[in-house]
Design a protein around this ligand. Structure first.
Ligand code: HEM
Length: 420
C-alpha cells in the first residue's frame, strides 16, 4: 500500500511521495521546452499516485507525454489546471475529433456508431439532453430513498460472509457485489446476471491483461445484453430506471443501449475499488472508523479514476500558459490534482477532518460523475456496517502483499484477504 502516515498532523510526515521539486520558479509560466514523460500507466512497485506527479506539478506549463499508440498527449496535474481543462469549451470529450487520446484501441471512449448514447463522449448541446433526462434519478433525495435497500444489501452480504467462516476476500465478497447489486436493482438488471456483466467489465477496463480481441468481444457481449434488456423492458416495463427512461421518451431506445452500458460499467467497478481501498485505509487508520467524513477523504486520497477523463483540443487553447494545438489530446490526471499540496495541506496524509469536498475524484464540469450521491451513500453504509458488525476485522496478508491492479484503467485491488 502507498499511504500509511499518521492522520491529522500539520507537519507532513515523511513520505515516499515526497520528491524534490525541479523547477519551482513560476509553475504557471509558459514552458519553452516542456518535460516529456512516460505515459502514467501504473507500474508494479511504484506507489499511487506516483511520486513523480509532484515533480510534474512543479514544472512550468503542462507535461508532454505519448500514448501507447505513439500519439502526443498533454498531462495536466495541478488542481487548477485540471479544472481549467475540464471546463474549457475549446476542449472536447468527443472521440470523433482527430487526436482524441484513447489509452488503447479499445480502451477509452467509444464512438457513437460503436455504442450509440455513450454520452460521456458527447459535448454540449448533445450531451445536455442525456444529462437532463438522468439527473432526476441521482438526486440526493432519490438516493436517500434508496438507502434502506442499500442497507439491506450490505447486511445480507455480511450475513453470508459471517456464516461462511472467519475469513473472506473483501473484494469478491463485499466491495464488488454491493455496487453491482445496487446498480442492477436501479437499472432493472436481474441480480443473477451480475457475474456476466462484472466479468465483461473486468476485461474492458484492463489495459495489459486482455487482448484487443478479448476487449472487443467483451464490449459486444455487453452491448448485445443491454439491447436485449431494453427490448424486454419495452414489452414488460417495471419499476426501474430503464423503464422510466423509455416512458419519458427523451432518449431513443437505440441510444438507451449506450446509456445503460455506461451506467452499468461506471456504476460498479469504480465504487468497488474505492470501497476496498477505503477499508484498507480505515484498518491502518482505525481512529477514523465510524466517522462518515472518511468517505470524502477516501475518494480524494485514492482517486481511482485517474485515467478516465480523456479530452482533445478542438481549437488552439492555452492552459497554464501552455499552447495546446487543435487536435492534441489532453489527460487531466485527477489523482495528481487531488494530491496538489497547494490545495490540500499534507495531501499524502489521510485526514478526514480536512474539507475535501473540492476534490476532483468525480471529475469536474459538465461531465462530473452522475453517480456521486449514490457512491457516497454506498460507501457510508458499507463502512459503517462492516466495522459495526465485524469490529475485530483485520488484514489476512501483509499490507505490502495486497494485489494492486496495475493493469487497469482504474486503480484498485484484485483481492482483499481479511479475517476476524
Ligand atoms: C467511486 C466511484 C466513482 C468514481 C471515482 C467515478 C468517477 C467519475 C469521473 C472521474 C467521471 C468524469 C468522466 C469525464 O470527465 O470524462 C465520471 C462520470 C460519470 N460517472 Fe462516475 N464515478 C464513480 C461511480 C459512478 C457510479 C456509481 C455511477 C452510476 C450510478 C457513475 C456514473 C457516471 C456517469 C454516467 C458519468 C458520465 C457523466 C456525464 O458525462 O455527464 N459513476 N465518473
Amino acid at each position: 500500500m502507498t499511504h500509511t502516515g499518521p492522520a491529522a498532523s500539520r507537519t507532513c510526515p515523511a513520505s515516499a511521495q515526497e520528491v524534490p521539486a525541479t523547477d519551482v520558479t513560476d509553475p504557471a509560466a509558459p514552458a519553452a521546452d516542456p518535460l516529456v514523460v512516460e505515459f502514467p500507466l501504473r507500474e508494479p512497485g511504484v506507489p499511487f499516485p506516483p511520486p513523480h506527479y509532484a515533480d510534474y506539478r512543479d514544472r512550468r506549463g503542462l507535461v508532454l507525454s505519448h500514448l501507447p499508440d505513439g500519439k502526443r498527449v498533454w498531462l495536466a496535474t495541478r488542481h487548477e489546471d485540471v479544472r481549467a481543462v475540464l471546463t474549457n469549451s475549446k476542449i472536447s470529450s468527443n472521440p470523433e475529433h482527430e487526436g482524441f487520446p484513447n489509452v488503447g484501441e479499445t480502451v477509452g471512449v467509444p464512438k457513437q456508431d460503436q455504442i450509440p448514447g455513450w454520452f460521456v463522449g458527447m459535448d454540449s448541446p448533445e450531451h445536455d439532453r442525456f444529462r437532463k433526462a438522468l439527473i432526476p434519478e441521482f438526486t440526493v433525495r432519490r438516493v436517500r430513498a434508496m438507502r434502506p435497500a442499500i442497507e439491506r444489501t450490505v447486511d445480507k452480504r455480511l450475513d453470508e460472509m459471517l456464516a461462511a467462516g472467519n475469513t473472506a476476500d473483501l473484494v469478491a465478497d463485499f466491495a464488488l457485489p454491493i455496487p453491482s447489486l445496487v446498480i442492477s436493482s436501479l437499472l432493472g438488471v436481474p441480480a443473477a446476471d451480475r457475474e456476466f456483466f462484472e466479468s465483461r467489465t473486468r476485461v474492458l477496463v484492463s489495459l495489459r491483461s486482455a487482448t484487443e480481441e478479448q476487449r472487443k468481444s467483451a464490449g459486444k457481449d455487453l452491448l448485445r445484453y443491454v439491447i436485449r434488456l431494453i427490448a424486454i423492458k419495452e414489452k414488460w416495463p417495471g419499476d426501474d430506471l430503464v423503464s422510466r427512461l423509455l416512458a419519458n421518451g427523451a432518449i431513443a431506445p437505440q441510444e438507451l443501449s449506450g446509456v445503460l452500458m455506461l451506467l452499468l460499467i461506471a456504476g460498479h467497478e469504480t465504487t468497488a475499488n474505492n470501497i476496498a481501498l477505503g477499508v484498507v485505509t480505515l484498518l491502518t487508520h482505525p481512529q477514523w472508523v465510524g466517522d462518515d467524513r472518511a468517505v470524502e477523504e477516501t475518494l480524494r486520497f485514492h482517486s481511482v479514476a485517474d485515467l478516465v477523463s480523456l479530452r482533445v483540443a478542438v481549437e488552439d487553447v492555452e492552459i497554464a500558459g501552455q499552447l495546446i494545438k487543435a487536435g492534441e489530446g489532453i489527460v487531466p490526471l485527477v489523482a495528481a490534482a487531488n494530491h496538489d499540496e497547494n490545495v490540500f495541506e499534507c495531501p499524502h496524509t489521510f485526514d478526514p477532518s480536512r474539507s475535501a469536498r473540492h476534490h476532483v475524484a468525480f471529475g469536474y464540469g459538465v461531465h462530473q460523475c452522475l453517480g456521486q450521491n449514490l457512491v457516497r451513500v454506498e460507501m457510508e453504509v458499507a463502512y459503517r456496517k462492516l466495522f459495526e458488525r465485524i469490529p475485530n476485522l483485520e488484514l489476512d496478508v501483509p499490507i505490502d502483499g495486497l494485489g494492486i491492479k496495475y493493469d487497469g484503467v482504474l486503480y484498485g485491488l484484485h483481492e482483499l484477504p481479511v479475517r476476524w
